[in-house]
Design a protein around this ligand. Structure first.
Ligand SMILES: *[C@@H]1O[C@H](CO)[C@@H](O)[C@H](O)[C@H]1NC(C)=O
Ligand SMILES: *[C@@H]1O[C@H](CO)[C@@H](O)[C@H](O)[C@H]1NC(C)=O
Ligand SMILES: *[C@@H]1O[C@H](CO)[C@@H](O)[C@H](O)[C@H]1NC(C)=O
Length: 836
């Protein structure tokens, strides 16, 4: 996979260059859109249609003959007793295939010989016929296809309607088994379709919803169709679709209903792009109808149309959005955004640009992973707010939602065919839900954190899912639809062009960042460092970013810029600030990060008059930062030394979750001359510097441990590491505090606002951890893992002592000397991110 990706990337880099230089080439391509009838019809090479339990063939509209399966000993290996039912006609409108069923009292397997490998539809039809011998309403069974679970302990639960379950699997074997396994009395099936599907129907890649990146490996997945909607139009019956798909009307899911207005045109006018399109993707009838804004041109800023659909939050989903501009009078009138679960899925969709012709089909595939899934799934289209002339409108023509198999190859439940279970079952599920809620509440960037939570807590599972991790390009890769000046007309494939830069995250154009920061307005500066200034930026009208603009003259800057991109692009952790992208246009060195709304830890400790953090909050922040460092030292990234650990490089997000920032000085220990340390000129910040490093000029991860010890003292004493205004013996925090600690009197110098709320045992453990970190020799200092353990222990001691008490009680307990402490929520809203 890796080689494939690399190959693809280099290929794309070339393609990208060509497109940048001669965009005209594409314009010509796109001009070629043709009506549906100019495309080859599809005839499936494998086409097994069984009317199970029937004695005669049944012909359905579209001239599809379903054969009886009793004459098919070659397909059905079944050693139990085989029973047919020809029950009374259940309802007049039920198609004939539901009038009989095959009932299995023991495991039974259909085996299909394959003539053409690739995508195949599996459609299973169920209707619980009732006879004197069997009441199929009570049947309960599992259905497996080769190595995928399709249905797990499936029950009809007194359903009196017909049920069709549709799956799409990539068949690679010569014979393909479909197993029915009764889990109660019997299993049954009324009809089976096992039919080749065109291979371009689902390509190997799609865009990941959030963080935006390319995913690969879709062709090894199995899918279950959970929704297929002809938006704005009527039901499309199977015989009106060349792949026998059923398209439901969307009105049931439109919420609120009055926001959408359905519109339709004659299917005959719909064209398809020759390069990327095909009526096989969806028939003209799908594109010939749409919902548009009920009140297009409304000036209400948050005008949108939303569809809500219940889904199972434990799975990943592939969402296919179908668009076709049947509303505009001329090109370039329509320009809108598409959101999935409040995350931007397509920013500034410009169909005119993509298709160069009105009434031309276009579709886009988005993968939503389980950390981003919530139920109901919300799909939203809304006009882009800009001053440009044109109609304010947004449309959607069709929508398909496919469930993707989980890590054990199941599309239903948490067990694989061999009985293996999704590694951490319910726990992971709860976590996922919580993470999603969290992400929804706090906007996009917390979402990154939420995703990382999952990575951190589920390392095993993550490794098992390595095929997915290999889909992710190294960093939060960009999406071309995102105001990409080189927009290409190649349909959904276009976003791949961004992959040329995706190694380092999304590429931002200079003008985009200029706009995001209001032309580098000084009031937007939230931090100034050696490298340059950090600005608060706004993209997509609502997403906050931190934009670090380097000084192009500084040579050190250039080096740090490169270091930071290279390092950060490899690192992903809940407790490391995420790099989102960069810009190097006109010699600029700009890095774009997730925005940390609560700013540096230091501001919450002293000097800014922010509400005092409680002891528990401080412990949690220290634990978070320690986790980030521990990951740098030992995690996937392998042996990275931060080199500039200090309270201004620990940033806090909306929920006061701590993340390590500023990797400009970081060094990769394993790339040094010796394995365990790196010789280097001394860099770092005064007051935090490891004395041993200073003496020997040899950097090890224990230097970070020392600096972290200083941070721990800052946290408990609420004063700077160096305060030149104080008498000489008090100036250096590490020296001064350690003197008090040795005397056993550290409590004399702790932050007075903590008085009374700290459990003495918790404080002792914490002080011990700090002291060990500050050991003279690196070898005597603990690892970050040990520090982490001690801090967690200190937190447990604190929690045990306050068990059953509310935060308010703990604080009032602290007595009048302690100023009122605001809850984190209040604290963050009253505290804009501010650096010195
Ligand atoms: C099906 O999977 C095989 C093996 O993973 C792959 O080579 C093939 O391209 C896939 N087919 C399609 C249509 O994606
Ligand atoms: C969509 O519309 C709803 C209802 O008017 C509104 O509450 C919501 O904020 C809108 N969302 C967006 C993203 O515009
Ligand atoms: C789905 O199944 C395939 C093949 O068994 C596997 O490679 C893939 O990782 C599974 N999907 C997920 C989301 O784990």
């Amino acid at each position: 996979m890796a080689t494939f990706n690399t190959l693809l990337l280099s290929l794309l880099i070339i393609v990208n260059c060509i497109i940048t230089v001669i965009p005209v080439v594409n314009a010509e391509n796109t001009a070629s859109a043709l009506p549906a009838k100019s495309f080859q019809p599809f005839s499936p090479q494998d086409n097994y249609l069984f009317d199970c339990g029937s004695n005669t063939s049944t012909i359905l509209p579209g001239n599809r003959t379903f054969h009886p399966d009793n004459s098919t000993a070659e397909f059905l290996a079944y050693d139990g007793k085989d029973i047919q039912i020809s029950g009374p006609v259940p309802a007049a409108n039920v198609t004939p295939i539901y009038r009989s069923a095959k009932v299995f009292a023991a495991d039974a397997t259909y085996t299909f010989p394959i003539t053409a490998p690739g995508w195949h539809w599996i459609r299973l039809h169920f209707f619980p016929l009732n006879t004197s011998r069997y009441d199929l309403k009570t049947a309960k069974f599992t259905v497996e296809a080769d190595n995928f679970v399709l249905l797990h302990q499936f029950e009809l639960q007194n359903d009196t309607t017909v049920i069709m379950k549709e799956f799409l699997v990539n068949v690679t074997t010569e014979r393909f088994p479909l197993r029915f396994k009764p889990k109660g009395t019997v299993a049954f099936v009324n009809a089976i379709e096992f039919v080749s599907a065109p291979n371009p129907l689902i390509s190997d890649y799609a865009t990941m919803l959030f963080p935006v990146s390319q995913t690969f490996g879709l062709s090894t997945h199995s899918f279950q169709t959970v929704y297929r909607l002809n938006v704005g139009g009527p039901e499309i019956e199977t015989d009106q679709d060349s792949l026998q798909r059923l398209w439901d009307p969307d009105t049931k899911y439109l919420d609120p209903k009055e926001m959408g207005k359905s519109i339709s045109v004659s299917p005959a006018i719909i064209s398809y792009l020759v390069v990327e399109g095909s009526p096989l993707i969806a028939p003209p009838a799908v594109y010939a109808s749409a919902q548009e804004l009920a009140d297009s041109n409304s000036v209400k800023p948050d005008f949108n149309i939303t569809w809500k659909m219940d889904i199972n939050v434990h799975f990943w989903y592939l969402i296919r959005l179908h668009f076709c501009d049947i509303v505009s009078k001329s090109l370039n009138e329509l320009y809108f955004n598409v959101y999935i679960n409040d995350k931007i899925a397509i920013s500034g969709l410009d169909l005119s640009e993509l298709t160069r012709k009105l009434a031309t089909a276009y579709y886009k595939d988005i993968v939503v992973n389980s950390t981003m899934v919530s139920s109901p799934l919300e799909i939203k289209v809304s006009p882009v707010d800009d001053d440009a002339q044109g109609t304010r409108n947004a449309i959607l023509n069709g929508l398909e939602v496919f469930k993707m198999n989980n890590s054990v190859g199941s599309l239903d439940g948490e067990f694989g065919v061999d009985g293996t279970r999704v590694s951490d079952g319910n726990d992971s599920n709860r976590q996922t839900v919580a993470a999603v809620g969290f992400a929804m509440m706090f906007g996009s960037f917390v979402g990154l954190g939420a995703m990382a939570v999952k990575w951190r807590k589920r390392p095993q599972d993550w490794r098992r899912r390595s095929s997915i991790s290999s889909w992710l390009l190294p960093v939060h890769a960009g999406d071309a639809t995102f105001t990409n000046p080189n927009k290409t007309p190649l349909g959904s494939r276009q976003s791949l062009f961004y992959s040329s830069t995706s190694e380092f995250g999304r590429y931002f154009s200079f003008s985009e960042l200029q706009e995001a920061t209001n032309n580098w307005e000084t009031t937007r500066i939230i931090g100034i460092g050696g490298f340059g200034s950090v600005y608060l930026g706004l993209v997509d009208e609502r997403t906050k970013i931190a934009v670090k603009r380097g000084n192009p003259q500084s040579e050190q800057g250039l080096h740090e810029f490169q270091t930071e991109i290279q390092l950060l692009s490899k690192l992903r952790h809940r407790h490391l600030v995420s790099l989102i992208g960069y810009c190097d246009e006109n010699n600029e060195m700009i890095l774009v990060y997730e925005y940390m709304s609560n700013g540096p830890l230091r501001d919450h400790l002293y000097g800014k008059n922010l509400p005092s953090l409680s002891w528990k909050q401080r412990l949690e922040i220290c634990i978070g930062a320690a986790r980030g460092l521990h990951y740098l030292h030992t995690g996937a990234a392998q042996g990275i030394i931060h080199r500039d650990v200090k309270s201004t490089n620990i940033l806090l997000d909306e929920k006061l979750v701590a993340k390590m920032a500023d990797f400009g000085l970081s060094k990769n220990a394993s790339s040094g001359p010796e394995k365990n340390h790196v010789s280097t000129s001394v860099k770092g910040s005064f007051g935090y510097l490891d004395p041993e490093y200073f003496r020997k000029q040899q950097l090890t991860d224990k230097s970070d441990v020392y600096s972290f010890g200083v941070v721990l003292l800052e946290v408990i004493c609420a004063r700077p590491a160096i305060n030149p205004q104080l008498p000489r013996d008090q100036m250096n925090l590490a020296e001064w505090a350690m003197q008090w600690k040795r005397k056993g009197l550290l409590e004399k110098i702790i932050d007075p606002t903590l008085a009374g709320q700290i459990n003495p045992e918790s404080m002792r453990k914490f002080a011990e951890a700090a002291e060990k970190c500050l050991a003279e020799y690196g070898a005597d200092r603990p690892t970050m893992g040990d520090v982490l353990w001690n801090l967690e222990y200190a937190l447990q001691l604190q929690e045990a002592s306050t068990m059953g008490k509310t935060d308010d009680e703990i604080k009032s307990f602290a007595g009048p000397s302690s100023p009122a402490v605001l809850s984190p929520a209040t604290a963050s809203s009253s505290n804009p991110f501010s650096h010195e």
